[in-house]
Design a protein around this ligand. Structure first.
Ligand SMILES: *Cc1c(COP(=O)(O)O)cnc(C)c1O
Length: 399
């Protein structure tokens, strides 16, 4: 008997492994093409519900699994995955805004969120204004007939002011404006974005949570991914339609990496929180530090708002070196750090430090100086403190 042609046999091999394989981590499914049993099934598939599969871009068992777990993490009902946190921000703007509309963005928001509005949204005829998140009354007064969307962030990415989130959401609700929170800092751990009023009436929450899974859910500093989570089916379907038409997809290897890291998310968040507070308190005693910005430290902007909503905080804080210290000296301090590496992002294993010119990132604040934003990795906190001590001595001299 001649063997059948090898290529065909290897592609259409009849063996199927037995069902019932169970292991700590789920299996990973990879596909662009999804195979249908017949034409009727091809015609009957509904991409809007997770009832079946149409094409790899629109969902696999692996992406559905991560979507469900992120929805649970955030306290939402539906989640969409995107190739980065910034793509998650882009999806929300692109799905919900049209020419003539306006979006309001906090003046301390994640920089690329503002830049997207200044460039792309502007070209598409969508207006934006920056608001002061510490003043809900002023925000309410800014909302006009063209205002469709309100971005929120808690706390501000670099300057770390924690806003009165419930008050800002109430102001938007009173005017029928959709709210979207960049929940990367809280990560679904520090507070529940869809229930900002726990213990109260209930029902007060943001409409949408956008989350850079790049940070805590990945935890490795090696994956880029974003998520958009909702609790309202109609709003989810609007976002999902745009998500599909714009071709946002995620790679199965990256989804696998996030699924692998999720079980330790709460433990890593708590560990980095503890290290962040220890080091922030130490910095508050250093004479070179003009201010230490960490929402869990009394005296930090918005501390009371943080304390009403949260018991936990991300392992992230900024130290302000005021104008007594020229930027070059602060940069020399950063260069002298050994364990802290210079680089963007946070929530990975390696501690990071980035200097920012306060006059550039918050021109309206009236304050000047150089901020260093520290993010805790997973190193021993005593080693991290010793690293800051030696770099301070190197750049500022002793005492
Ligand atoms: C990192 C980050 C983003 C963007 O995430 P990427 O995956 O890097 O695009 C958005 N918002 C906040 C607050 C972030 O820290």
């Amino acid at each position: 008997m001649p063997k059948p042609p090898l290529s065909t046999t290897l592609i259409h091999h009849p063996y199927r492994p037995p069902d019932g394989f169970v292991a700590p981590q789920p299996g990973v499914f990879k596909a662009s093409t999804v195979i249908f049993p017949n034409v009727a099934a091809l015609h009957a598939r509904d991409w809007k519900q997770r009832s079946g599969y149409t094409y790899g871009l629109h969902g696999t068992p692996t992406t559905f699994l991560l979507e469900e777990r992120i929805a649970t993490l955030e306290g939402g009902l539906q989640t969409l995955l995107l190739p980065s946190g910034l793509a998650a921000i882009t999806l929300v703007d692109a799905a919900l805004l049209a020419a003539g509309d306006e979006v309001l963005i906090p003046d301390n928001a994640y920089g690329p969120c503002r830049e997207l509005a200044r460039q792309e949204l502007q070209r598409w005829g969508i207006g934006h204004r920056l608001y002061d998140p510490s003043d809900p009354g002023a925000l309410a007064a800014m909302i006009g007939p063209a205002t469709r969307l309100l971005w929120l962030e808690a706390p501000g990415s670099i300057t770390m002011e924690f806003p009165d989130l419930p008050a800002l959401v109430r102001a938007a609700r009173a005017h029928g404006v959709t709210t979207v929170l960049d929940n990367t800092w809280g990560a679904g751990v520090a507070f529940d974005p869809f229930d900002l009023d726990s213990g109260g009436e209930g029902g007060l929450g943001v409409d949408i949570s956008a989350h850079a899974l790049t940070k805590f859910p990945s935890g490795g500093g090696d994956v880029l991914m974003g998520a958009v989570t909702t609790r309202d089916e109609a709003l989810h379907l609007r976002l999902k339609a745009t998500h599909m038409r714009m071709g946002f997809g995620v790679g199965a290897n990256d989804v696998e990496a996030v699924l692998h890291a999720l079980p330790s998310l709460a433990l890593r968040y708590a560990a980095q929180d503890a290290a962040g507070r220890t080091l922030a308190r130490w910095w508050a005693e250093q004479p070179q530090a003009g201010a230490v910005l960490h929402p869990a430290l009394p005296g930090s902007p918005g501390h009371d708002h943080w304390a009403r909503l949260c018991t936990q905080a991300a392992g992230l804080f900024s130290v302000l070196f005021d104008e007594r210290h020229p930027p070059a000296q602060v940069h020399a301090f950063c260069d002298a750090l050994r364990l802290f590496k210079i680089g963007y992002s946070w929530a990975g294993p390696v501690s990071l430090a980035v200097p920012y010119d306060l006059g550039v990132i918050r021109p309206g604040s009236g304050r000047r100086g150089t901020l260093v934003r520290f993010s805790m990795g997973l190193e021993d906190v005593h080693d991290l403190q010793a690293d800051c001590e030696q770099a301070l001595a190197a750049a500022f001299g002793r005492g």
